[in-house]
Design a protein around this ligand. Sequence first.
Ligand code: DOR
Ligand code: ZN
Length: 457
Amino acid sequence: MAAAPGSDGRPRAGSDGYELVVTGRAWLDGKLRPVEVGVDEDGWIRRIARNLRDTGHRLDFGESVLLPAATDVHVHFRDPDGPDPAESFASGTEGAALGGIGAVGEMPNTRPPVDDRERWEEKAALARGRIAVDVVLYGSAQSPAAVRSLAPVAGALKLYLAPTTGVEDFPIDRLPEVLEAVAAVGLPLSVHAEWPPAFSPSSVPPSSTEGWNASRPPAAERAAVDRLLRAPSSLRLHIAHATEADTVDRVAGGGISCEATPHHLLLRARSDGDGFAKTNPPLRSEADRRALWDRFASGAVPLLASDHAPHHSAAKEGPFSKAPSGVPGVETMVPLMLELVRSGDLPLPVLLGAAMDRPARWFGLPMGRLAPGHWANLIAIDFRRGRKIEGKHLRSPAGWSPFEGRRAVFPHGHLRRGEILVADGEFVGPRNGAVVRPEYVSTVSRNVPNRFVTKRV
Ligand code: DOR
Ligand code: ZN
């Protein structure tokens, strides 16, 4: 029975406090079961049951599987950038929405870099009103001064130990000082863990991903991890784009989290001169890739993140040595993994932990679980509707994908706080995403939404 409308014509929230019921099937208690999800007027999940009383607003996804939207803790949206940007907050967050990602962590290596509070505020102002999903804005941790300036505003910090797109050499002897500064402010720190003294200089510039791998070898990741394992234990430390199974094992023992990217999990280094696959850290050998995949599929890698690095194809087409490093991936990350769930190569609970639940918790966002007390950020999946990835049909102006031709299962529906962002696989939503900075991480999973302050900044 529908609730009687209130004076504004909208149905009043039912006695259970929900005003929208979303129906579909969901993975609960180890099984796919039909469910009804009650969402309140502020977009929080209030109740989940086999049958909920009708409130008038009903969104029926039939046999489709409802999953919590993912959080991608590592994207580059290049906003602000130079005169011909390959991405923007508008296109990047739309791609995220289409790929089932409801919140992103956006990196500080933009032009100019986010290395003080004023630049962070400017970037946040650029984002507001243009973002389709929620955004956590990183600040740069390249110096103790940057860390101190950014502490009151940034949602997380990023430290690059090695040069990469838009980042110069880091004075590695200052690492202990930077880590002390971060520990003092308490923000999570993601580290690009390549140790330049362990790079292999060569008189011949590398001309393939195999050569790139030889010049920035796994030993450089190992050496960086050695240093980071000595960091103050109070740090919330995270290793970006781990490429080696050994890294995953060692950081777990040291209380540090890490992420793996779809490109390091699914692509290997090759001898041809394809600059499109050039990335930092490099793609590794097939044996290393497989070992990383085995760790991931067994649930040992805490987070999945895209490191979405959109570069124009014109820049990537040139000689390998001139190609910028990085590959796009925010829109394809979850769909690629859902296809591997469909094919039986990846257990769904592993994907739910690595892409939905743990990354949300790392940022302190109340999402990533289909459970009361969480935002109703949901995606709807029909596993029969797989298709091949075509770069030119992706939302990023970069217009290409390192996964061209691979099968993927894109969500056909996506809700942000109960509001439709994607319907029938098309972006239809508003651009009212928020720049968020979680304040009280410890209250995330309680069913007391009003006491969880995710500050809109
Ligand atoms: O390959 C990369 N590209 N690695 C990074 O660390 C940065 C990224 C980019 O921003 O293009
Ligand atoms: Zn990155």
